[in-house]
Design a protein around this ligand. Sequence first.
Ligand code: OGA
Ligand code: MN
Length: 193
Amino acid sequence: MSTSAELVSAGISIRDRFIALNQIHALRQCAQAREARGDFAPARVGGGAGVQRREDIRGDFTCWLREPFYPAEQRLLEQLEQLRLELNREAYLGLFELESHYARYPPGAGYARHVDQIRQNAARKVSMVLYLNVDWAPDDGGALRLYESDARTLDVEPLGGRLVCFLTPGREHEVLAARRERLSISGWFRGRE
Ligand code: OGA
Ligand code: MN
């Protein structure tokens, strides 16, 4: 099934090999270059005056994908633009832009159960995560746990090239701790509120 058909029927879509291994390596190098420039920052939680670093809630480091883009990033953004158009064409989602960042989780770091749509981000309609991990093994951990209800969960391994999309509103999920560093690009397609 296509990503849009899965989103409409199940609210979640998992697509493997969205990008090839050489593109994974190229994007890992882009992340490294941005890291070397000091552009990754500890992710914080809370909003406004209450914003704080809480490694017990969220232990990742993030870097927004912003200009100037490296060629591999430009290529990825073009692929994600095609995805945006497909979602609008086939699922009538009215998405008009994408915001995205790299996320690097050191070993042992996770992100506690949450939803991506918070007060100031009601425009987030579709969440996406693209994994950039090479040779990930099942006992490396680091699954994305999607809650279908309190009793039912779906664990998704962060395999390189795998693209996970889900309808943002109300979809609770968490990132389980991994034994290895875990690298991804997370993004949100935005619609009008
Ligand atoms: C996020 C998030 C999931 C993942 O960045 O908000 O939930 O698997 N990421 O990295
Ligand atoms: Mn999230």
